[in-house]
Design a protein around this ligand. Structure first.
Ligand code: FES
Length: 75
């Protein structure tokens, strides 16, 4: 690799999710989200893009500190 892109392929964040597409993108209508939803930001969830708690094992194994994005609707 040369130029500004010096990251190696092993540095990829996404190891398993939708590897057959060039960019993983999800769209949601805010009206459909319900009262509370947690979105995965560690890329380890088996229910991606939703958080399934897999970030906990990732953090314990790596010393990382990642967690979900939680969206809560006002009552
Ligand atoms: Fe990825 Fe929770 S499983 S942030």
């Amino acid at each position: 690799l040369s130029g500004k892109n010096t990251e190696e392929k092993d540095d990829r964040i996404n190891k398993t999710i939708d590897k057959d597409v060039s960019k993983v993108v999800h769209n949601f209508n805010v009206e459909d989200l319900g009262s509370k939803v947690a979105f995965c930001r560690c890329w380890k969830s088996k229910k991606f893009p939703y958080c399934d708690g897999s970030h906990g094992l990732h953090n314990r194994m790596t010393g990382d500190n990642v967690g979900p994005l939680i969206i809560i609707k006002k009552a």
